[in-house]
Design a protein. Structure first.
Length: 188
């Protein structure tokens, strides 16, 4: 069986974004987690053209159980899973994991399956009727990250993340983003 993730050995514990959740997060994390626009665009506003994407994984695999449930996918159904690191000038900024069901790729005219090193935000925020369906937050302890993640970056503290269900023409996809210490200097 193929692993479900190159980022995690096991799925993080996610908490539903409820009234009051925002105020339990550090100010810098709030600033990024509740960003309503494209994180890529925000990074470019800070770092300029040096923002780049390194693709760590892009394969058809079965998502984690909670991801399947959020996307209402049958247990054995493969989805396109894409894991990337956004960085600038060699500094890791954000780790991201995207789960895209086949039906979402169809309505997006395959743009989502052929991203290469193009940031996902550049594509999805160009859709006129992109909707944000729901959001969860997590604090990921260092012990959950895989050794492959540690080869790319040193993670020695808990990392906050958000996961957002987006809808394109009523077909959903799940984007999880994890805010590395370097990027949090620009929050708050």
């Amino acid at each position: 069986m193929a692993t479900k993730s190159l980022l995690f050995d096991q799925e993080p514990v996610w908490h539903e974004n409820r009234l009051g959740t925002r105020h339990k997060l550090p100010a810098a994390v709030q600033s990024w987690a509740y960003e309503s626009g494209s994180l890529t665009q925000r990074l470019r506003n800070i770092y300029g053209r040096s923002v780049a994407v390194s693709v760590l994984l892009q394969q058809w695999r079965t998502p984690f159980l909670s991801e399947q449930k959020l996307l209402k996918q049958p247990a054995a159904r493969y989805c396109l899973i894409r894991e990337v690191m956004l960085h600038a000038d060699g500094k890791p900024l954000i780790l991201a994991r995207t789960i895209i069901p086949a039906e979402t790729i169809k309505v997006a005219h395959s743009n989502l399956s052929q991203l290469g090193t193009r940031p996902l935000g550049e594509v999805i925020f160009s859709y006129p009727k992109l909707e944000r369906v729901e959001m969860d937050v997590a604090l990921v302890k260092p012990c959950l990250w895989t050794s492959a993640t540690f080869e790319k970056i040193s993670i020695n503290q808990p990392i906050w993340g958000r996961r957002t269900v987006y809808g394109i023409r009523h077909k959903h996809m799940l984007v999880s983003e994890f805010f590395l210490p370097e990027v949090l200097h620009w929050g708050g």
